[in-house]
Design a protein. Sequence first.
Length: 78
Amino acid sequence: MIPKRGPKINRFAVQAIRVSQGLSQVALARRAQLDNSYVCRLESGQRSRPAPIITRRLADALGVPVAAIIINPDSVSA
């Protein structure tokens, strides 16, 4: 069974990586197949523990391992 909520997202890391790649929130949302407002809520801290599949989509869209965008990377396998 897949857990409903994953590890806590490091919203500052997501934003920093996104900005360093020249991506807007809209562009990241499209790449990750998410709603634009979802990325906004993640980066603002209104959402912090998305489902593991969402965390994976974000990491893939940013081209980084999951460990780069979560608070406790030791608890997750890449």
